[in-house]
Design a protein around this ligand. Structure first.
Ligand code: ADP
Ligand code: MG
Length: 692
């Protein structure tokens, strides 16, 4: 077996399983080996019932007290039993497992493990797993991997397949230079890979992860540096002058730019008129007004006779930008010719658009990465703006270079990256910061509450909708068991589809509730967003697909279910979807865990409205020990690393890459041969992140 061997060769993986694996991006044995667990499960000693806590997963050893009852509701069989252990009572509930009635004997003692809930004055475990004593003993000595799953796949299946892959497949050669391994005392590659899947113990896991995260950052930065050297020397082939149209547009706008926007706009204007190509990142918190800056840069480009393009991470966002640019174009007679280019268009529409781009009759091109991936030929592209996604920023120029002149690059982002990290990630890419919100904004009112507040929240939603406003409700999952079908920790997680059903029941039927999630096909997603914008939907239940960029100023309530499952930076982004207009806006974070630390973490959102501060605070609260927790940044979706939590490794990797390149730029030395071969063989692509 080799890394390239198809997974069908693995025992127990048939056509059907292989197809599901393929959906998960796993085609070869190598893909499987590089498919790392999402987190790990440690089986702890069983707890006395007295010590269990709501929202936590634990095991109890209890005696069935009294009879086991079953009832049927439509096609659902619910089996209930009350059990106790001398310190307290707990209710056990099982769904569609009627046979358990013959298994669970009154008076019998069993081990159950599951998530603790609290209902009608009593602790409850729903659908717990049952274990034999010796089986549980054995599990307690191991750390079990838990993989991210797609529907139809089980954790057991992945675990079994990975085990085989690891034992039959020749390991990859170590390619990190010996000097690094020795100086940093990094674990050897094979051992690290093995322990990432099946950790010997927790300390080994930390070491294994450290090595692999370093490797990931190291390769990423190495890729960036290689490119940057080309970019640094690039002279601008364009000549820009200030144009009256831009000035006139600014005068006509219903608002004046904030001082921060003015400053950033000056910086961009200077770049565009300079001798070198622009390579600039504009960072500004949600709602700080980045789009208008992008439009100004595009307008200046067009009035200088060039084409400008704007890329967004999702079709929904691209469409939104297209609509608002088209509207401004007409309203203020800007004389631009915008076109939209997204995957959801028909082949014919695309062909027509390509033609307009090629002959220059379209001069502002807005779309997703289709803009660079497909066969688009530009007439004279001089500027590319990418919104809300750094990851395009770095690679796009090289892709676009093949289409003519290298353009100026402007990247817009609300993800707070500390400046030191930005420098590591981008080298001397210039950073502008919009550190001021438009003055007319009313601060958003926040609250962090537990699930018992829901009823009140619904009444509040009703009131807002009656006043003509709109509402977002965010749930972490698409469908029941979507991410992890055999994991008990998911039990309490709200999912979009069921939630929408439930919510419709709680709200008056005049309120129009609809849902949106990332697995929907693009045209449908676009349609629903469109409907929401046009106020044909009052309440939109969604996953975090609406996390970035969406601008519907009439939406005033953001309610987030299972807020404890999100990173604070992400919650802050979500909060940024409201408070974008003249109305007072509200954010309701519902936490289904009442652990003190969780509440404290979420309270941070109450105290600050500053994305940068929030990210820092989150890091401080959780500490570096919490490595496998919540990811902060959806944008820099590294497989393992997290730019915040692993900032120290990122710094290290940056330093080592610099050292390596200054010593052996082309990697021709003997000790760098494996690294060079690895990069060549893998056709390794540093920015090939998972899609959001
Ligand atoms: P983001 O920085 O999150 O991308 P947007 O660019 O979408 O934010 O701007 C949010 C809203 O603020 C938009 O409706 C925009 O028209 C408005 N806006 C932008 N700049 C200003 C300003 N200087 N004064 C008032 N409103 C502004
Ligand atoms: Mg934006």
């Amino acid at each position: 077996m080799e890394y390239g061997t198809p997974i069908l060769q693995i025992k127990g993986v048939g056509e059907k399983t292989a197809r599901i694996f393929e959906k998960m991006g796993i085609v070869t044995v190598g893909d499987l080996i590089r498919f790392y667990p999402r987190d790990y499960e440690k089986f702890e000693e069983a707890l006395p019932v007295r010590d269990v806590k709501k929202g936590e997963i634990c095991a109890v050893r209890v005696r069935i007290a009294g009879s086991v009852t079953t009832k049927k509701i439509r096609n659902l069989t619910i089996l209930n039993a009350v059990a106790a252990d001398g310190t307290g009572k707990i209710k056990l509930t099982f769904f569609n497992m009627p046979f358990l009635k013959n298994v669970l004997k009154p008076g019998g003692v069993y081990l159950f493990r599951g998530m603790i809930q609290y209902k009608d004055g009593m602790f409850v475990m729903e659908q717990p797993k049952m274990y034999k004593e010796e089986e549980y003993r054995r599990l307690m000595e191991t750390i079990q991997p838990r993989y991210p799953l797609s529907a139809g796949m089980t954790n057991h299946m992945v675990t079994k397949s990975v085990k085989q892959a690891l034992s039959f497949c020749l390991p990859e050669k170590e390619f990190l230079p010996e000097t690094i391994l020795r100086s940093e005392k990094f674990m050897d590659r094979e051992e690290a890979v093995h322990n990432l899947h099946f950790p010997k113990d927790f300390d080994t896991l930390i070491e294994a992860r450290k090595r692999m995260v370093f490797e990931e950052f190291f390769l990423f930065i190495l890729g960036l540096r290689g490119r940057k050297m080309e970019n640094d020397t690039a002279d601008s082939g364009f000549s820009y002058i200030e144009t009256a149209q831009v000035e006139r547009f600014l005068e006509k706008l219903p608002f004046s730019l904030t001082n921060a926007q003015k400053k950033v706009w000056e910086e961009i204007k200077t770049d565009l008129q300079g001798m070198r190509l622009m390579n600039r990142l504009v960072q500004g918190d949600v709602g700080s007004g980045k789009t208008i800056i992008a439009i100004l840069a595009l307008l200046m480009t067009v009035t200088n006779g060039y084409q400008g393009a704007m890329m967004a991470p999702t079709e929904v966002l691209a469409k939104q930008h297209f609509d608002s640019i088209t509207e401004m174009n007409q309203k203020y007679k800007l004389g631009m010719h915008p076109v939209l280019l997204i995957g959801a268009m028909t082949a014919k529409e695309k062909r027509e658009t390509y033609e307009m781009i090629a002959d220059g009759s379209a001069d502002v091109i807005i779309g997703t990465h289709a803009l660079i991936q497909e066969k688009v030929m530009y007439k004279n592209l001089a500027l590319v703006v990418t919104d809300e996604q750094h990851r395009f920023g770095v690679r796009q120029r090289e892709n676009l270079a093949a289409k003519g002149n290298m353009p100026h690059v402007l990247v817009m982002s609300a993800t707070p990256i500390p400046r030191t990290l930005a420098i590591i990630l981008y080298g001397d890419l210039k950073v502008s910061v919009i550190d001021e919100l438009p003055a007319d904004r009313q601060p958003i009112k926040n609250c962090v509450v537990d699930t018992s507040y829901r009823e009140k929240a619904y009444r509040f939603i009703e009131k807002e909708v009656a006043a003509g406003r709109q509402v977002y409700v965010i749930c972490p999952m698409v469908e029941e068991g979507e991410t992890d079908s055999d994991s008990s920790s998911m039990d309490n997680v709200e999912n979009v589809i069921d939630y929408t059903q439930k919510l419709k029941g709680f709200l008056p039927s005049s309120i129009r509730v609809s849902y949106l999630h990332g697995k929907m096909k693009s045209p449908l997603k676009n349609e629903i967003m469109e409907e929401f914008k046009n106020k044909n939907i009052d309440v939109l239940v969604s996953t975090t697909v609406i996390e970035v960029g969406i601008n519907v100023p009439n939406a005033t309530v953001m309610m987030v279910e299972n807020a404890e499952r999100f990173g604070l930076a992400q919650l802050h982004q979500l909060r940024g979807r409201v408070g974008r207009g003249e109305y007072q806006s509200y954010c309701i974070f519902i936490s289904s865990s009442d652990k003190k630390e969780t509440m404290e973490r979420l309270e941070t959102l109450n105290k600050s409205n500053d994305g940068f501060k929030i990210a820092e605070e989150d890091l401080r609260l959780r500490g570096p020990g919490d490595l496998f927790g919540i990811r902060q940044s959806g944008e820099f979706a590294f497989k393992l690393g997290d730019i915040y939590n692993d900032a120290h490794l990122l710094k290290k990797a940056g330093m080592w890459v610099d050292r390596l390149l200054s010593e052996d730029e082309k990697l021709i030395k003997q000790e760098h041969e494996n690294l060079r071969l690895y990069l060549e063989n893998e056709k390794w692509n540093p920015i090939d992140f998972r899609t959001i």
